[in-house]
Design a protein around this ligand. Structure first.
Ligand code: AHZ
Length: 309
């Protein structure tokens, strides 16, 4: 039987009648008067608000079940990757999945919860590209608040038409296929709402969802409650013998190792940012963020190389 389409508004609701029978805002907004206790909003129905969100979100989810690149984790490395990739290749459908409600990872602060962000040269180039002000200290620069970097790159990335970000969405597993040469290849991710992912042991059946893509960039950070997700899964899935495990802090060794080591670690899967330190057993760098930016950019270049090969 034909499915009746839902009306766009509830026909006999008071607000609909008001809208139909004439404007209820009978004066032009006056900026002075509005803030003297006369501020009035255009009318709306609750159902309109729900439908405005649901329609867009589920259309986006439907469309992105097949993406060109999935970036797992919206920290400084994942966002730098997304920005470079989406601006270099506007033709690609780039889907970012972030487990947390708030995207940004650890880049809202510098070290020990202090706000300035240190970036070693030459990664300051990326700050100039984004138009972020800093103080030059010679070999490094300092952004006055890490949130200035994170909010700027987030706003730039989200404004790009080929990028979508699903936050509060966790990657729970990888899709692994065998290609025609008999090699195992990462071909997508298995997702769930994070609140569901955190409650598998309290409920009986809450199966996940999937997104397929020829390239997955994993930027889930070093080990933690959710971190180093893909690196750890490579081991449990038998695609990697063992984790290298992140080594102690050494800024001078850590930053170049992360940038230069950023690569496709297994067919279809690129690791970037601090997740790579767990895979390779390289050092941590503490609160210097240049390597996260440059590693993200290198991951984007790797993704383009794979897609074009
Ligand atoms: O929520 C995580 C964070 O925002 C997200 N994430 C982790 N697991 C996920 C999963 N599904 C979806 N399974 C997931 N999202 O990934 C993001 C990682 O951001 P981050 O800031 O933790 O990592 P990064 O590599 O971008 O930056 C690391 C910054 C560090 S750590 C460090 C040190 O410890 O010495 N130094 C620097 C500069």
């Amino acid at each position: 039987p034909p499915v009746a389409t839902a009306p766009s508004v509830v026909e006999d609701s008071p607000i609909h009648l008001l809208k139909k029978n004439g404007p209820i805002i009978d004066k032009t907004f006056d900026i002075n008067e509005d803030y003297q206790g006369n501020y009035r909003f255009a009318p709306i129905e609750e159902a309109e608000v729900s439908r405005a969100m649901i329609k867009r979100y589920f259309n986006m989810m439907y469309e992105r079940t097949v993406s060109d690149v999935v970036i797992v984790g919206a920290g400084s490395a994942g966002l730098s990757c997304a920005y470079h990739l989406a601006t270099a290749r506007p033709d690609l459908k780039i889907t970012i999945l972030e487990a947390n409600v708030a995207p940004g990872g650890g880049a809202w602060l510098g070290g020990q919860l202090m706000t300035p962000m240190v970036v070693r040269k030459p990664a300051d180039r990326f700050l100039r590209e984004l138009g972020i002000a800093y103080e030059d200290e010679g070999n490094f620069v300092v952004v006055k608040h890490a949130a200035l970097f994170t909010s700027t790159i987030l706003s730039r990335v989200l404004a790009l038409p080929n990028v979508v970000l699903m936050n509060a969405t966790a990657v729970e597993d990888l899709i692994v296929r065998t290609d025609f040469q008999g090699r195992q290849r990462v071909a997508g991710v298995v997702t769930n709402w994070t609140l569901v992912a955190l409650n598998h042991d309290t409920q009986s059946c809450m199966d996940p969802n999937t997104i397929t893509a020829p390239v997955i960039v994993s930027a889930t950070g070093h080990d933690g409650p959710m971190g180093a997700f893909s690196a750890k899964r490579l081991v449990s899935a038998g695609l990697l013998k063992e984790l290298g495990n992140m080594r102690g802090l050494d800024m001078n060794r850590a930053e170049p190792a992360i940038v230069n080591g950023t690569r496709e670690v297994t067919p279809g899967l690129i690791l970037t940012g601090m997740e790579l330190s767990e895979h390779d057993g390289s050092n941590r760098m503490g609160p210097t963020f240049g390597a996260m930016m440059a590693s993200g950019i290198k991951a984007a270049k790797e993704a383009i190389r794979i897609l074009d090969s």
